[in-house]
Write a protein that binds this ligand. Structure first.
Ligand code: 3HC
Length: 278
């Protein structure tokens, strides 16, 4: 199968990797061909580390990378599946999908990796039906895919994505459209609450994370987790949850907004509530 992945950030690169690992061809798209190539080089560097650690053979690494292609936009015309994971802005997604709608073959399936936006709204006006295929960070390690049915998503499409998720080694859950779906409706307010506890001076960032790791057996605490997800993403999802429901329990803590304005987004920027600069 040929999968065109639009957006080559943390999620897009991971999605391209899991499809290529299962023998599919993954086209990797970013803002330009040069930028997509830089993301492919980053992916190659991370896979080469796995080879150096003896966790992957050189042969598997080379084969995987040979199936990740950086091409011009037009190469997506004969893709069987398009997955968009561009910025969480409705206009950005709609503009891209509108262009793809015009060039992609009729049988192509359009999926969105949106973390909280409406699948129905993303797909409105397109001739290709739209489904949600929501992966988790880090994509190669996280088993779950939320398969999201929008108001106009055909049942067969939900079934197809469910089966495809199993085929690429993931475990799907089918979710009806709702702000944040299942995971982010629960997880993102949890990260926000971790920041509230810090902001109220209840405990230090280190101790909040130790408490949740050792008290609840979570692999990482809420502040490290937000650093992994990116506080810009956390803030964006909190704002979607709040704007869609007007429920004050989804109000983002002001400290998150301040961190985002300061560029302290977490691991990807080198600093969040913890420091990742080498
Ligand atoms: N990229 C790719 N693979 C990675 C990775 C990364 N950044 N980080 C870890 N892994 C892989 C490792 O290669 C390893 O796989 P292997 O055994 O096949 O080699 C496996 O994950 C375990 O890694 P490690 O032993 O090095 O590290 P840990 O045991 O500390 O696990 C973790 C790291 C998997 C990140 C773990 O801490 C964890 O599960 N954290 C919680 C992550 C989580 O909750 N993610 C969901 C975020 S919400 C989301 O994504 C939704 C979005 O819409 C916001």
């Amino acid at each position: 199968m040929k999968v065109a992945v639009f957006g080559a950030g943390t999620m897009g690169s991971g999605i391209a990797q899991v499809f290529a690992a299962k023998g599919h061809t993954a086209l990797m798209y970013a803002s330009s061909v040069a930028s997509a190539q830089r993301h492919k080089d980053k992916l190659a560097a991370s896979l080469n580390k796995k080879v150096a650690k003896g966790k992957m053979t050189q042969e598997d690494c080379d084969a995987l990378l040979s199936r990740v292609l950086v091409e011009e936009f037009e190469a997506a015309a004969d893709a069987d599946l398009v997955i968009e994971c561009v910025a969480e802005k409705m206009e950005t997604k709609k503009e891209l999908l509108g262009r793809l709608d015009a060039i992609c073959k009729d049988s192509a399936i359009f999926a969105s990796n949106t973390s909280s936006l409406s699948i129905t709204e993303i797909g409105a006006g397109l001739k290709h039906p739209m489904v949600g295929m929501h992966f988790f960070n880090p994509v190669p390690a996280m088993k779950l895919v939320e398969v999201i049915a929008g108001a106009n998503t055909p049942d067969e499409l939900v079934e197809y994505i469910k089966n495809l998720s199993v085929e690429i080694g993931k475990t799907p859950v089918v979710v009806n459209e709702a702000p944040g779906f299942v995971v982010n409706k629960i997880l993102i307010p949890y990260c926000n609450e971790g920041v509230c506890v810090l902001h109220e001076g209840v405990a230090s960032a280190e101790d909040i994370d130790i408490a949740m790791q050792l008290g609840c057996n979570h692999p990482m605490g809420p502040l490290h987790l937000g650093d992994l997800i990116g506080w810009d993403i956390v803030l964006n999802i909190m704002d979607v949850l709040y704007n869609e429901t007007h429920d004050s329990k989804y109000r983002a803590n002001v400290l998150i907004r301040k961190m985002v304005r300061a560029g302290k987004l977490g691991i990807k920027s080198g600093e969040g509530f913890f420091n990742y600069k080498k």
